[in-house]
Every structure is written in C-alpha cells, then in structure tokens.
Ligand binder design. Structure first.
Ligand SMILES: *Cc1c(COP(=O)(O)O)cnc(C)c1O
Length: 380
C-alpha cells in the first residue's frame, strides 16, 4: 500500500458488528466477561486497551511501518512512558536542540532520578561516538529540530546505535510519516506529539510511540498499561480522523512552507531563514536524502538582531496567530524565547541559536498569497 492509501486504510477494518466505516467511539471503561478471565471479545479494561484506541494505534503502526503503535494522552506522556524503562545510572545521549518540554522532562524529572544526560549536536559524529559507553541505553533525536530546523542523519546514527545495542528513538513530530520514516532508516522507536500534524486541527492533545519490533512494542505497552497515560476513546477518534487527511494537509503545508521561506529569504529585514528546503540551508542535501519534502515549519531572525523587531512583528500579524503549538491547519507564529523554549536556560538557548529576535512559523494550509501579504505587512 502506498502512503496516501495508508493514511485512509492502513491497519483499519470496518466495525465487525455493524460495518461502520469509522470505528465507533467506545466510550466504556470495561467489557463483560462470561466467566472469570473469559472476556466476550478481546477487551477487558480500557487502560489495557480500548477498541477506538486500538484502531488509532493500528493506523499509527501502519503509517510508520512499525510492529506496534501506542497512543498517549500527550506527546510528553509518550516520551515519559519510554523513559520509564530506564533506571539510575543509565545514560542518555540527546540532540542539543530539543523541544523545550522534552528538555524539561529530561533535566527536571529524570536527571534527578539519577539518569545521566548528554546533550550534543549529533552532526558531530566523533563527539557523539565518544559519549557512548556500556551505560548508554538510549539515543534521542529530533529531526528537524524545534525551532532551529537542524537535521540529523538518522541512518548514520542508527548504524552506531545498532553496533552498540542502544535503543534509538526519533521524535518525528515535525516531519510526520508523510515526509520521513525513521524506522525504515534504522531507528527503533518513533515518538509523535500527535497534538500537532497527525491530528492536525488544533483540537486534541495526543502522543504516540511506534516500535519497530514486537518485543519492544510489548515492553512499551506494559510500561503504558502500568503507568496509565493512555489516550481516551473520543480523542483517539479525533486523531484517527485527522490522520485520514494527513497526506493532503502535508502536501499543502510543504508548498506553503517553501513559498514563505523563499519570501522571507528575499526580505531586506530578515537575516537568516531556517528551512531545510532552501538550497543555501546547510541541511538541504541531508533533507533530500532522508525526507520526501521540507515541511511547513520555518524559523527566521532579523537583520537588526533586535528583540523589539520580533515583538513588533508578532503583534502585527493578523492571519498568523501568535500562539503556542504547531501543525494545525491554521498558521501560527511562536516566540521561542518566551514560549515553547522558556524552559531552556538562557545561556543554553543562545548556544543553540534561540536568540531574542527568533520567530518560528507554523505555516498552515491557507492561500499562500494571503499568508505572504500578512507577513509583508507585519514586517513593515
Ligand atoms: C509539542 C511537541 C512535543 C510535546 O508534545 P505534547 O503533545 O505537547 O505533549 C514534543 N516534541 C515536539 C517536537 C513537539 O513539537
């Protein structure tokens, strides 16, 4: 099955009792048994599994070419579940440019429980390799990164994690399976904030883990079942509905993203545009190698380097909305320093390029002409 067909049919079956084309929202906590331990169907209790959630999880596994998908109450809940498999003394190597909430989870929750974290730019392969030792249990990568749009060579990292028997997880939120399939490139686990492109309509919080092999899938399901951060049936239905148009939305996100990156790149007030689709972007060749397009996320800063210019721009936009989040049908703008990345200390932020004049755009699926007009006006 090709990708566009998969978004609609992958892992899906019509409801066996009624033929319903979309799975019913099984708003139930429990399922009847005929004798102790003898449930009527495959289900017992909705923390373990619920049919609406199963339908979504099967779709997720299909989209990412994994053996098992799991749906969580948020992206961070998914990451947290994965982390539950580690113990004090274990070491994690993570990309230095990470979603702020992931960084906060690692440094404020797990570091205190004795897990050791190394944050590095994994484009420095020698540095990365030098950090691996017998305690290394997990390599965590986001590509493209939020908000600097850095890429990491998934295949190259996977080669090393395989040699060293380290679990390799990729946050695929920005690219989505429409553009990139980390499991096919050698990763073991894909994580999604399904709140973003997968659900796609800014109306539901959800997260996902997709495991390449069944064994790891079982382990993660146990960790989820035992800790409880599952996605409810209504929200599972909404994410599944969103996924059915993922390919159409992503196609437009990519088209608009390219147009807007091009426009900003030629604007006299704009200094640098961070978008892998630009030929001048240092990650352009890698993007062409491991992605099927460049996505709808575009960051940029100002020639002036002034915070005031960024704030002024963010106050003037009209079609773009100044708000947290990304990946919905509507265009959003984000001021990383005070919003998504406020949890990263200032010196660390500066080091990775999140300066006072950096703006991140989540380009939606409106008419590109209207979006460009809005940007033109707000840039003055
Ligand atoms: C939003 C986001 C997360 C966290 O997901 P939530 O659904 O907000 O918990 C993780 N990684 C990336 C790249 C994100 O954009």
């Amino acid at each position: 099955m090709k990708f566009n067909t998969k978004t609609i049919h992958g892992g899906q079956q019509h409801d066996s009792s009624t033929g319903a084309v979309m799975p019913p929202i099984y708003q139930t906590t429990t399922f009847a048994q005929t004798s102790p331990g003898q449930p009527i169907g495959d289900y017992e209790y909705s923390r373990t599994a619920n049919p609406t959630r199963t339908a979504l999880e099967n779709a997720l596994a299909s989209l990412e070419n994994g053996a098992r998908g799991l749906a969580f109450s948020s992206g961070l809940a998914a990451t947290d579940c994965l982390m539950r498999g580690l113990k004090a003394g274990d070491e994690v190597i993570a990309m230095d440019d990470l979603y702020g909430g992931t960084y906060r989870l690692f440094t404020k929750i797990y570091k205190d429980s004795g897990i050791v974290f190394h944050f590095v730019d994994m484009n420095d392969m020698e540095k990365f390799k030098s950090l691996i030792n017998e305690n290394t249990k997990l390599v965590w990568v986001e590509t493209p990164t939020n908000p600097m749009m850095k890429l990491v060579d998934i295949e190259a990292i996977a080669k090393i994690t395989k040699e060293n028997k380290v679990i390799f997880a990729v946050d695929n939120t920005f690219a989505t399976p429409y553009l990139q399939n980390p499991l096919d490139l050698g990763a073991d686990i894909v994580m999604h904030s399904a709140t973003k492109y997968l659900a796609g309509h800014s109306d539901v919080m959800a997260g996902a883990l997709i495991m390449k092999d069944e064994e790891l899938g079982k382990q993660m399901h146990f960790q989820q079942f035992a800790t409880g951060a599952i996605l409810g049936p209504m929200d599972s239905f909404l994410v599944l509905r969103g996924i059915k148009t993922l390919h159409l939305r992503m196609q437009r996100h990519c088209e608009n993203g390219e147009k807007i990156a091009e426009f900003l790149n030629n604007h006299p007030k704009v200094k640098t545009v961070y978008y892998p689709g630009l030929k001048t972007n240092p990650f352009h060749e890698l993007a062409k190698k491991q992605m099927r397009g460049f996505g709808g996320m575009v960051s940029f800063n100002f020639v002036s380097g002034k915070k005031e210019d960024a704030i002024d721009f963010l106050e003037k936009i009209k079609i773009f909305t100044l708000a947290e989040s990304l990946g919905g049908v509507e265009s959003l703008a984000n001021y990383s320093v005070m919003m998504a990345h406020a949890s990263i200390p200032e010196d660390k932020r500066k080091e990775i390029g999140i300066t006072d004049d950096l703006v991140r755009l989540s380009v939606g699926i409106e008419d590109a002409e209207d979006l460009i007009e809005d940007l033109k006006r707000a840039l003055g």
